[in-house]
Design a protein around this ligand. Structure first.
Ligand code: C2E
Ligand code: MG
Ligand code: MG
Length: 708
């Protein structure tokens, strides 16, 4: 009620009242103490305070305020000269303040300073009543005025508040709308009862495929409804646009209180594609696009369960490329990769293998056949074999790459992934061991092979580390049969491995392993050194015409420094280069003709001779023979087994002999065991024979004893 006790107004009122009525006034309030400055000059006030002190003022005010009934109370000042009354100033029934009215009476005998205003009792009480009325009326009016003003202020305030509220509501609606337009998803609010669409944002309207908006409008499906009846979530694929969407529906309460459906649609294609990419990376082989080992093991576990449950039988094919290393080393990894990709594509192109082919790593592939495929196993194997019987085009040339395959059947051979893979490995190794380019089924009788292999591997490494002491080079005589008298012209150096506990191991068994393990180079150099040294010894001991043949593995031939290595060993041993013949197999001849020609030419340039071993068993065409820098062709033993009876064999040997003669290449026939074979061969133009008939491979001492 501050406005009511406007100090300046009160002061003004007080001063005019005092002047008109010759009384002294002051306005006090309990809260504010002195509201007006007491009327009167300094000496007037000092005089009055000499009679009525502050305490009397206070007690009067407290009485008026506390009693609250009387408007006017008189305080006894203990003398007739001075009268003091309190007049309450009320507002809204409550005493807000009081006037203290002091009158100094006109008394003839009293000693009152002249500057003090004086009054009479009548005039004093009259003025009191007037003040009472005045206070009442004035403050009543003032009060109304103030209440009105207050009310006005209040209403103005609330109006403003309303305006602020309204504005922010409008603002927040706009903000909300802006948010909804930019949330990156389509938003739609729909009344499920009436089907009425209550709200959609731009994205929902414009950028969603029709199928999505339709899906969204479908009624709930019980299956998809969450148990608590709340949110519904679904991932939807739109075939037309090839995009993925996350669809979410939530019941919400609309502004008018009804329950509606809030649907949101997110385009999650990018996320989905990324997810698919990650999944693909985890399950697919990067190079070939086939599934990888991880996926194979996963799928295999499922197929095993299926086969067990259905009482059916599936099969697992393990394909390992033969001598893939040669291609990789010879042509470079990028071509090796191309070949793997081609093979993967071709395998996947066999309908029964599509989606069931895996690359296990390196040059190993696995195919899983379900019961259905297993029933047609022979057919499928034929298709796979056919694939590998024709050449692959690489670097604009034909390359042959055969494969060996191991097969297990499940659950017959095993009911866990580990067991099957292990047996598969055994079967595959068996195929490799039996000469590669073949298929072997797992046989429980060869169960120990893989353990043996591990053992052999370790022993082979140990043998090398142990200065090749376990290796021995033995010699098989090569006999010239051209003239009247058959006579030895040298020997083929053949390697033996005398591996303590495992006994003597044939090179057909450990040479492929040594090649695989990268150990063939040091072993090969050992043989070459031994053979050259011994031949030089024979030459020095009265047989300068004796020659020695040494087998070179393809892996050795592919070494960049092979020509230097040969030269070094030849020089070290002191052998006449013309007395050394290096035997290479024809399989390699096709793989990179240009390179091979260069390497062989380099060897021949040293004066060392080159023989093509096992002729007739590989893929090389007669054309290649013409092109290759050769000195000798060794016809494989398989062409002499029935040479007396088999016309083809006879014709073949005759033809090769003729051809070789024409191009100035000598021919040696291997594996001659009988006199009949010898007789048949003598009719052809061949020069040399190697076989048990003349002598089995024998150790150095035996050879020297017999032929020196
Ligand atoms: P290869 O170079 O064709 O050697 C001839 C193989 O035929 C020898 O087998 C020999 O013992 C055998 N043989 C010779 N005459 C007859 C016969 O009348 N009847 C029968 N049944 N067999 C006969 P071996 O010593 O077991 O060698 C097998 C293969 O191992 C060799 O075939 C050769 O390719 C490879 N090899 C041998 N020593 C080495 C070597 O030092 N380095 C390399 N890289 N390979 C070698
Ligand atoms: Mg040989
Ligand atoms: Mg041979």
């Amino acid at each position: 009620m501050q406005g009511l006790l406007d100090a300046s107004l009160m002061q003004n009122l007080q001063n005019r009242f005092c002047e008109a009525n010759n009384v002294y006034l002051v306005c006090l309030s309990r809260e504010r103490g002195v509201v007006t400055k007491a009327y009167g000059e300094k000496e007037e006030l000092e005089y009055i305070h000499g009679i009525v002190n502050k305490n009397m003022h206070m007690s009067l005010m407290n009485k008026l305020l506390d009693q609250g009934i009387e408007n006017v109370l008189e305080e006894d000042c203990g003398t007739d000269l001075v009268k003091m009354c309190g007049v309450s100033i009320r507002a809204g029934g409550k005493t807000e303040a009081i006037w203290i009215v002091i009158g100094i009476m006109e008394q003839p005998d009293a000693v009152v300073p002249s500057y003090i205003m004086r009054t009479t009792p009548e005039r004093y009480y009259k003025s009191i009543r007037f003040l009472e009325t005045l206070s009442k009326q004035m403050f009543a009016v003032k009060m109304e005025e103030m209440l009105a003003q207050e009310a006005f202020l209040k209403s103005r305030e609330s109006e403003q508040q309303r305006r602020i509220a309204e504005k922010s509501l409008a603002d927040s609606y706009a903000s909300l709308e802006a948010v909804l337009e930019n949330v990156g998803c389509g938003v739609c609010v729909r009344d499920p009862e009436s089907g009425q669409i209550l709200y959609t944002n731009q994205r929902f309207q414009g950028h969603l495929p029709e199928s999505m908006t339709n899906t969204l409008l479908e009624p709930y499906r019980v299956r998809e409804k969450k148990e608590d009846g709340g949110e519904y979530f679904r991932e939807v694929y739109d075939e037309k646009t090839g995009r993925w969407f996350d669809l979410q529906r939530t019941p919400i309460r609309w502004v008018d209180g009804r329950e509606v459906r809030l649907s949101t649609i997110y385009d999650v294609t990018d996320k989905k594609l990324y997810q698919q990419k990650i999944e693909k990376q985890a399950n697919n082989d990067f190079l070939t696009g086939l599934y990888n080992r991880r996926r194979c093991e996963h799928d295999l576990a499922c197929y095993i369960r299926e086969a067990e449950a259905g009482g059916s039988e599936g099969a697992l094919l393990y394909i390992d490329l033969d001598d893939f290393k040669h291609i990789n080393d010879g042509l470079g990894h990028q071509y090796g990769d191309i070949l793997l990709k081609k093979i993967a594509d071709s395998l996947g192109g066999i309908p029964e293998l599509r989606h069931h082919c895996y690359r296990m790593g390196g040059d190993e592939f696995v195919a899983i056949l379900t019961a259905e495929g297993n029933r047609r196993l022979p057919e499928i194997l034929e298709k796979v074999t056919e694939l590998f019987s024709s050449p692959w085009q690489l670097k604009n040339a034909d390359y042959y790459c055969t494969m060996s395959m191991g097969i297990v059947q499940f659950p017959r051979d095993g009911s866990t992934v580990e067991e099957l893979i292990q047996k598969l490995d055994i079967a595959l190794y068996e195929a490799k061991r039996a000469g590669k380019n073949r298929i072997e089924f797992y046989d429980s009788r060869i169960k120990s092979t893989s353990f043996e292999r591990l053992d052999v591997e370790k022993r082979l490494r140990d043998a090398l580390a142990n200065d090749c002491k376990e290796f021995e080079v033995i010699y098989q005589p090569i006999v010239n049969v051209e003239g009247e008298r058959d006579h030895c012209v040298g020997a083929e150096a053949l390697l033996r491995w005398n591996c303590g506990a495992l006994g003597v191991i044939s090179p057909t068994e450990f040479v492929p392993l040594a090649e695989y393990l990268g150990l063939i180079n040091p072993i090969g150099e050992f043989v070459l050194r031994e053979a050259c040294r011994n031949c030089k010894y024979w030459n020095d001991l009265g047989h300068p015409e004796y020659k020695v043949n040494v087998n070179l593995s393809v892996v050795q031939l592919l070494q960049k420094d092979i020509v230097d290595t040969v030269q070094k060993i030849v020089e070290e041993s002191g052998i006449s280069p013309g007395n050394l013949t290096l035997e290479v197999t024809e399989g390699l001849a096709v793989n990179d003709m240009v390179r091979m020609k260069r390497v062989l030419a380099g060897i021949r340039a040293l004066g060392v001779r080159v023989a093509l071993d096992d002729f007739g068993t590989g893929y090389s065409s007669l054309n290649h023979i013409r092109e290759m820098p050769l000195d000798v062709i060794k016809i494989d033993s398989c062409f002499v087994a029935d040479i007396g009876k088999d016309e083809f064999q006879k014709a073949f040997v005759t033809m090769v002999a003729e051809l070789a003669h024409a191009i100035g290449v000598r021919v040696c026939v291997e594996g001659v065991e009988t006199v009949q074979q010898l007789a048949a061969l003598k009719k052809t133009k061949i020069q040399m024979i190697q076989g048990f008939y003349f002598g089995k491979p024998m150790d150095r001492a035996a050879f020297e004893k017999k032929y020196l």
